[in-house]
Design a protein. Structure first.
Length: 338
């Protein structure tokens, strides 16, 4: 059997983690009757006797290049290599082919209650209103759908009106060798860490506003770490300037290695104010390190942190709520279960 896996968008972050997870599954598969074809853009995957890698780095040049690939190249690849089944890891099925397809849906923007305006963020509006329609159509047309969480399964069923049996929940695997766990002390309980990119919905702004409130109350003996440079986009640049203007205890350290992120889980409290996620991988990673987690009160975070004793939730649109939580950690008002 020939199975072709499509994931041309994957390059960094969660999307790349998903690609690597499925590649690892294929590589370790004991079924030698299956021949795998991975279609990617820039990631460099190793070929084996049963795995062929087809790279198309030019797909990442622009949306037009991506559209050209989807509509004029993808189906030809399926035909050329006599593919029996397609696994699309890119939220939408491959067009112009009748080969049975499974689609892996990990883009949650079309399924959340929060609605972006075109003035607020054009790209997110496009994802929610245009690409979102393609994702929902793909769910209807696919033979099978895979999602990462139960809340996403419920949302997909509601939006696309498909049978529950069509959708499988496959939680992401975190292959982490935990070397150290969170250690509560004066420094770790006053250090807050947010590993996230600079998208609007990652909601760095509420942390900045919460810090302003704390500093205005003369609460200054703490620090926050962002994995940003400060110039990623106009939104992040404006926050960076606000931090500098108000002399807030927020450090912009840039992108960190995986080991550096894991080290910080042992030395700081995870802040996670994002209000749109399918899973939120830092929540899973911080749990594995037995850390303290302060997260937005959303469906995804409630599901991932269900039963975890050192999880605390706040309204992601209320800086007062967040500032009070941070202040209670700094002043050691919480009785922790560690």
């Amino acid at each position: 059997m020939n199975i072709m896996v499509f994931d041309v968008p994957a390059e960094i972050g969660g999307a790349l983690a998903i690609l690597n997870e499925f590649y690892g599954e294929a590589k370790s598969s004991q079924d030698k009757n299956i021949h795998w074809f991975f279609v990617v853009s820039r990631p460099e995957l190793q070929e084996t006797k049963n795995i062929k890698v087809l790279r198309f780095p030019w797909v990442k040049k622009s949306w037009l290049h991506r559209l050209y690939f989807d509509h004029f190249i993808a189906a030809k690849l399926i035909k050329k290599y006599r593919i029996d089944k397609v696994l699309s890891l890119q939220n939408i099925i491959v067009p112009h082919t009748r080969v049975p397809q499974t689609v892996y849906v990990h883009q949650s923007i079309p399924f959340v209650n929060y609605k972006f305006s075109i003035k607020e963020d054009k790209l997110l509006w496009v994802y929610q209103n245009i690409i979102g329609r393609s994702i929902i159509k793909s769910i209807k047309k696919a033979e099978k759908v895979i999602v990462q969480t139960n809340w996403m399964k419920a949302a997909c069923i509601e939006k696309s009106n498909v049978e529950s049996e069509k959708i499988e929940v496959l939680p992401p695997r975190i292959n982490v060798e935990v070397k150290k766990y969170f250690e509560p002390n004066e420094e770790s309980l006053s250090t807050f860490f947010y590993p996230a990119a600079g998208s609007l919905y990652k909601n760095h702004e509420i942390i900045v506003e919460a810090c302003k409130k704390l500093v205005s109350k003369s609460i200054k003996d703490f620090k926050v770490i962002f994995t940003l440079m400060g110039n990623e986009n106009p939104y992040i640049l404006s926050l960076y300037n606000e931090v500098k203007k108000n002399n807030l205890p927020i450090e912009f350290v840039g992108r960190l290695s995986r080991d550096q992120v894991f080290e910080l889980y042992t030395k700081s409290i995870l802040l996670f104010p994002s209000y749109i996620e399918t899973v939120g991988l830092p929540l899973l990673e911080a749990k594995l390190h037995r850390g303290i987690i302060v997260a937005s009160d959303c469906l995804f975070s409630r599901e991932i942190l269900d039963g975890y004793e050192n999880a605390y939730f706040f309204n992601p649109f209320d800086e007062d709520d967040l500032s009070k939580l941070i202040a209670r950690f700094i002043t050691s008002e919480f009785k922790l279960t560690l």
